[in-house]
Design a protein around this ligand. Structure first.
Ligand SMILES: [Zn+2]
Length: 258
């Protein structure tokens, strides 16, 4: 299958996710990227439909669907965490129907201890409505609920991704065999890189102005984005992290701001 996975909202700034005991933007990436690996391990083609940086919520949503609709997908899943009272997992689909094995995904999450809140009508959600492929939006659990957050933290994103993968495919993700030394080193390097990414998200070096403090390699691209009105700061400045800067430069090189 060709499966599109979207790690919820932007990583930071406009369009970013809910923050409670857990940070939605961060955890959707932890779960989503683990899920992508597991699906690939089972032989599926996975397209990452995550948009890290946007000037607004609507720009974030349209960039996500553009990523999803850039090729033919058999299925599109958007990973989210809920907020605002309640606990447990729920899924949104068109008409609230059990498509894309959503009932099995919820069952699989409830086996981990998250109450099953059911499949709900998602026709009013942009990514459900505007994605060409059949789509489902998964709310793993509530970021602002004590029990949900502590269960999530106890289990960790790998186990959540395992459960979602089992739900989607009906197959257990590959058992990890004993690691060779080389595999272990590779894994450790990957985990170190991810840890660094997480640290960067938690304690980002923030660039608010296009000045000598901002790395030179990023200034021209950021200025272009600001000049074109794609990027707007607030009274505190632009609020860009190192990873934002890298994305801006990549997108600029790809001609997105021309
Ligand atoms: Zn969300």
């Amino acid at each position: 299958m060709r499966i599109g996975i979207n790690c919820g909202h932007t990583a930071t700034g406009p369009g970013s996710g809910a923050v409670g005991i857990l940070n939605e933007s961060l955890e959707t990436r932890a779960v989503g990227y683990a899920l992508m690996e597991k699906l690939r391990g089972l032989g599926h083609t996975v397209i990452d439909c995550t948009n890290d940086l946007a000037s607004s919520v609507s720009s974030n949503l349209s960039q996500i669907t553009a990523l999803a609709n850039a090729q033919k997908l058999d299925a599109f899943y958007s990973i989210h965490f809920n907020a605002g009272g309640g606990r447990g997992s729920e899924v949104y689909t068109m008409g609230g129907e059990d498509v894309l094995n959503t009932a099995r995904i919820l069952e699989s999450l409830s086996q981990l201890g998250f109450p099953n809140r059911g499949i709900k009508e998602g026709a009013n959600l942009y990514v459900i409505r505007r994605t060409a492929a059949p789509a489902a939006l998964i709310e793993v659990c509530f970021v602002d609920n004590e029990e949900d957050a502590s269960l999530y933290q106890r289990l960790g994103p790998e186990q959540i991704a395992d459960a979602i993968c089992r739900g989607i495919t009906g197959t257990n993700p590959e058992e990890k065999e004993e690691l060779t030394m080389t595999q272990y080193q590779e894994l450790k390097a990957a985990i170190d890189a991810l840890t660094q990414k997480v640290q960067e998200l938690n304690t980002p070096m923030i660039y608010n102005y296009i000045d000598e403090n901002m790395p030179e390699w990023a200034r021209a691209s950021v200025k272009k984005m600001v000049d074109k009105g794609i990027l707007k700061g607030d009274e505190n400045g632009l609020g860009l992290t190192e990873s934002d800067l890298r994305h801006i430069v990549w997108n600029d090189r790809a001609g997105l701001y021309d």
